[in-house]
Design a protein around this ligand. Structure first.
Ligand SMILES: NC(=O)c1ccc[n+]([C@@H]2O[C@H](COP(=O)([O-])OP(=O)(O)OC[C@H]3O[C@@H](n4cnc5c(N)ncnc54)[C@H](OP(=O)(O)O)[C@@H]3O)[C@@H](O)[C@H]2O)c1
Length: 361
């Protein structure tokens, strides 16, 4: 890892604009009770762009404060404790959770357990508990057996796929004959599609994607039919429900017209197509309707217990990881200059779906 210390800051009013701030004095000092964590790697995907897009509405800028008007978005990654003034941690301990695009971050562990802890920093107390939770990657306590890169990339997205699948199955797929996923090339959509296929039954699963990603989505073999966004105006759908990862209101209008009996159910999960924030987007209304995985996670854990939920999630995640090797390769990005390029491409949606982006500082 580079010895340089830097933060990458985003202009909150214009997220396509970022700048690196170098810290020539070295990493920040820590107080009693703190740990200093060095970023080892982080995974970026359209989900990271959505954290930026919805940063104000869902509080994503609150994780890692920056100067006025600027922000550091959270991304899922792995860090290593390199200095500690907390008796529950030693140098070399590894953690998994939300980390900033920075070489270093100071954390204030709370509720410390052998397997996990919370960042109890004052500025994070109003954030969703799922986001303040960090897993300790001890040899005997790692979730599943995924290698670090795959863990950071797939687990947060597949968690949403898993919770969505249970929600939809428990609700009888809302009585639809066909279930359609927008942005079908996204990893979260493919996780849901894989679970649907593995469980069998249920409605026919359709995917809709952009022209450039059609062959890829068809090649995964997970959908009964794959449509191009451009063909929706002439598509003839049966009784259909939609899980929407795209967040595109024009798309919704087209699907309403294409469905013979109207849409049975519309579940908003993401906003891959809104990463550039078109003027007039009603993001507050979007957030109100959102299927928000952390809320569903909290109720699952309350009803069945964290250990049982983790066991079920880990075994299905391992299967998804094995299958993902057929359609997904990791692509490495290293150092701050490459980070700028990677970030710009994530925000523009300029990355192929068969790649998982892993950044090493
Ligand atoms: N609500 C929740 O709790 C929750 C949890 C996890 C994920 N999500 C959301 O699910 C969505 C998918 O995330 P992911 O990380 O799985 O995505 P991903 O694997 O990075 O998916 C990339 C795909 O998204 C579409 N896309 C991305 N950027 C685009 C752009 N600028 N313009 C047009 N299309 C773009 C393209 O698909 P197509 O060509 O197929 O459209 C692209 O192939 C995100 O919005 C994420 O925030 C929500």
């Amino acid at each position: 890892m580079s010895r340089r210390c830097w933060d990458f800051l985003i202009d909150r009013a214009n997220p396509s604009r970022g700048r690196r701030v170098d810290h020539f004095g070295g990493p920040p000092a820590i107080d009693e009770g703190d740990i200093l964590v060095a970023l080892k790697l982080m995974a970026l995907s359209a989900n990271s762009a959505t954290y930026v897009t919805l940063g104000e509405q869902l509080g994503y800028w609150g994780f890692f404060p920056a100067d006025d008007g600027w922000g550091r978005f959270p991304a899922w990654g792995i860090g290593e404790v390199i200095a500690t003034r907390h008796c529950g941690f030693a140098a070399g301990d590894r953690i998994f959770g939300m980390l900033p695009p920075s070489t270093h971050v100071v954390m204030r562990p709370a509720a410390v357990q052998p397997t996990h802890f919370l960042d109890g920093a004052v500025h994070r107390r109003t954030l969703h508990p799922a986001y303040n939770h960090y897993t300790r990657l001890n040899d005997d306590a790692s979730p599943g057996t995924l290698p670090d890169e795959w863990l950071a990339l797939l687990r947060p997205l597949f968690l949403a796929s898993f919770l969505l699948h249970e929600h939809l199955a428990e609700n009888g797929w809302f009585g639809a004959e066909q279930f359609l996923l927008t942005s079908a090339s996204s990893k979260t959509a493919l996780g849901l599609a894989q679970l649907h296929k593995a469980h069998g039954g249920g409605p026919e699963l359709l995917g809709v994607t952009s022209t450039r990603n059609l062959d890829f989505v068809r090649g995964t073999g997970m959908f009964a039919q794959v449509l191009d966004y451009r063909d929706l105006a002439t598509a003839e759908l049966k009784t259909v429900s939609v899980v929407d990862f795209a967040g595109d209101s024009e798309l919704k209008r087209k699907l309403e017209l294409a469905s013979a009996n109207g849409l049975r159910r519309w579940t908003s999960v993401g906003a891959t197509h809104d990463a550039t924030l078109p003027a007039g987007t009603d993001l507050d209304a979007f957030v109100d309707r959102l299927f928000f995985a952390p809320d569903h996670l909290r109720s699952r854990m309350a009803s069945e217990g964290a250990d049982e939920f983790e066991r079920r999630l880990s075994s299905t995640l391992s299967r998804f990881h094995e299958e993902a090797h057929h359609w997904l390769n990791l692509r490495e990005w290293r150092g701050p200059d490459q980070f700028e390029d990677l970030y710009a491409r994530v925000i523009r949606g300029d990355l192929p779906p068969h790649e998982g982006q892993i950044f090493y500082p």
